[in-house]
Design a protein. Structure first.
Length: 636
């Protein structure tokens, strides 16, 4: 795992400020504290900070081919590198190391930029081909590893994190108003936008090729190619049994491939189905040598540690428990402010960061269960997609009456699963089209609240709130789905997973120099799961039906069938207690008025209602707090 960066003059003339590559690389030291390297030509500089995981002695980068006309820096792991290496040796290639990175160099010699199709792994890479005078950038299929870039006046600057790009003197920190509007709805930045107007992120599964003075960006893999076509018959019981057997084998294969390492590994364990499955497989594959890590909260509804300890005891792992309280959460929030180059409104980044730093004392690589919910239907909102089909059969006047009657009766709760908040959002947005309805259930602010928040604010033109649905419209354009559930699963994978969850785990883990691997995002497993009938993923009101059937032989029954809680922190109550002074200061009406971004009266009304427990505004207020802390540090 590493951090990469580069400066390239597209015309191949000498690159301005090429010496800034050292400063760019230094900003990524947390991603790679073990070694540094660079490759330089008059028109090009590539930098690398390495966290050594495979081939500790001879795996340093940049890596070149035998004739030194192909050079590579890359961030990530290639899990099938041994198989690829054997094939390349058979074709006459000579290797100087045992590293997975050298495999990419020789594979490129064979196949050019399309070689990335053969890679099973997580990666962001930059490769210079001196013979073709071509620069190639690429990101893995799911978007596990990040890559940002700036392009202006014939210069391309890129890096694993935005902070490194800012070391190039010509880059502006001007905010992108439309991207910020999207942030306040989604809680993250849908690709390719970032918080900054001049900086873009390379989308997942994309190549960026610079050749003959032209810059071309194109996908090398598309999730939509593996969707189940509409109109296919439902699977029989025999079909389902066969699917379960194959799914079980593919999960095992994905987990096995991610155990390749020359340093100690462990598992982030919540006690849910996903992480418990990884513990079960790792215990089988490396018996007596499994370390597990979990976090404990004082608040019962947020604390999954009893389930984690149950799994750890069952599989006899070396279990490590981190106890998180308001003090440690606040300290983590302050520390993360320096690592998050863009605001991220997912509170789970805090326990992920705490657990990463805790685990790093014992291991260098951890397995985590990201991707399973989007592939197999694990979120309660997917039940909402099913419920909406029945609710919408009621006549419109009856639905309006139900909403008016129930809304004031729904309780305000600070729990991890606030049923009143979920039901209130369900009723408010059930009439919308499927994808828009689903995103509104997830959303931080509703479109109507956004209009109030941004009224009279922003120093520049503020895009209309209706623009917030453009990213999902781009993702879904021209695709046919077998049903509504298949549509929202696809949407969550392409937006929420790629641009929120994987950003969260990458930044939180790499801030602690810990590599996090996600077996459920093996592209072969992704392709198989995407083609499964949606009815097998959520059956009646059972989430992850087919996955739970597949892993039942491996896990205790109470773990397989327990209610999903998610990995989060008790922010609703925290904002009424220990975090209240920070909220009061950061979202002070006078400060907001001076900044000129938001309507201070609307923000203070949200605070008063939340503090008095008249409403649960945890999502809106957390989104605002994360933005303001970021703005004060990065953009002010």
């Amino acid at each position: 795992m590493c951090g990469i960066c580069g400066i390239f003059n597209v015309s191949l003339a000498p690159a301005a400020h090429r010496q800034r590559i050292d400063a760019m690389s230094a900003r990524l030291i947390h991603r790679g504290p073990d070694s540094a390297g660079k490759f330089e030509l008059p028109h090009l500089a590539l930098g690398i900070r390495r966290l050594s995981i495979i081939d500790l002695e001879t795996g340093d980068q940049p890596i070149e081919n035998e004739s030194a006309d192909v050079a590579l820096v890359f961030n990530g792991e290639i899990y099938n590198y041994r198989e690829l290496r054997r094939d390349l040796l058979g074709r006459g290639h000579r290797f100087r190391s045992r590293s997975d990175g050298e495999v990419i160099v020789h594979l490129y010699e064979e196949k050019g930029p399309e070689c990335v199709r053969d890679l099973n792994g997580m990666f962001a890479l930059a490769l210079w081909d001196g013979r073709a005078r071509r620069l190639v950038l690429a990101r893995d299929r799911a978007g596990e590893k990040p890559l940002y870039y700036w392009q202006k006046n014939g210069t391309l600057v890129f890096a694993s994190e935005i902070k490194a790009i800012f070391e190039y003197p010509e880059v502006s920190r001007a905010i992108d108003p439309e991207a910020l509007t999207e942030y306040f709805f989604y809680g993250y930045f849908p690709a390719p936008r970032t918080a900054f107007a001049e900086i873009r992120k390379l989308p997942a599964a994309h190549l960026l090729i610079v050749e003959d003075g032209r810059v071309c960006e194109k996908p090398f893999w598309r999730l939509q190619d593996y969707l189940r076509p509409p109109g296919r018959p439902r699977p029989t019981e025999a079909d389902e049994a066969q699917i379960i057997d194959e799914l079980r084998a593919r999960i095992r294969e994905a987990a096995t491939s991610r155990l390749v390492s020359d340093v100690p590994l462990g598992v982030f364990l919540s006690g849910g189905v996903d992480s418990s499955t990884l513990v079960a497989l790792m215990s089988e594959l490396t018996p007596g040598n499994v370390s597990t890590f979990s976090v404990s909260f004082p608040q019962k509804s947020f604390n999954e540690e009893p389930y984690a300890s149950r799994v750890a005891h069952h599989f006899r792992t070396r279990h490590h428990i981190l106890t998180a309280d308001e003090r440690s959460l606040r300290e983590a929030l302050d520390q993360l402010a320096g690592h998050l180059d863009e605001p991220l409104a997912d509170p789970a980044v805090i326990p992920t960061y705490l657990m990463s730093c805790f685990a790093r004392r014992h291991i260098k690589v951890a397995l985590s269960g990201e991707g399973s919910d989007e592939l197999f239907g694990g979120y309660p909102t997917y039940l909402g997609a099913r419920l909406a089909q029945y609710y919408l059969r009621l006549p419109a006047p009856a639905r309006r009456m139900v909403f008016r009657y129930l809304r004031p009766l729904l309780p305000v709760s600070s729990s991890a699963v606030p049923k009143g908040l979920f039901l209130r959002r369900f009723l408010a947005h059930a009439d919308k089209p499927p994808a828009e309805r689903h995103l509104s259930w997830f959303g931080m602010f509703s479109p109507e609240e956004l209009d109030r928040l941004l009224a009279g604010g922003w120093s520049g033109p503020c895009p209309p709130s209706g623009a917030i649905f453009r990213p999902f419209a781009r993702v879904l354009e021209g695709i046919q789905f077998e049903d509504t559930l298949a549509e929202v699963l696809y949407l969550d994978f392409r937006t929420y997973l790629e641009d929120n969850l994987l950003v969260k785990v990458d930044r939180a883990s790499m801030a602690c120099s810990l590599e996090l691997r996600t077996p459920f995002l093996d592209h072969r497993l992704i392709e198989f799961a995407t083609g499964l009938p949606a009815a097998l993923k959520v059956r009646r009101f059972r989430l992850k039906h087919v996955l739970k059937r597949a892993v039942e032989p491996w896990l205790p029954p109470d773990i397989v069938h327990r209610q999903k809680r998610g990995f989060s922190v008790p922010i609703a109550q925290w904002m009424r207690n220990g975090l209240r002074p920070l909220l009061d200061d950061t979202l002070n009406a006078g400060k907001l008025k001076r900044d000129g971004l938001f309507d201070p009266a609307f923000v203070r009304a949200l605070l008063r209602e939340h503090w008095s427990e008249k409403a649960d505004h945890r999502k809106a207020l957390w989104t605002l707090l994360c933005f303001q802390l970021w703005h004060d540090r990065w953009a002010a």
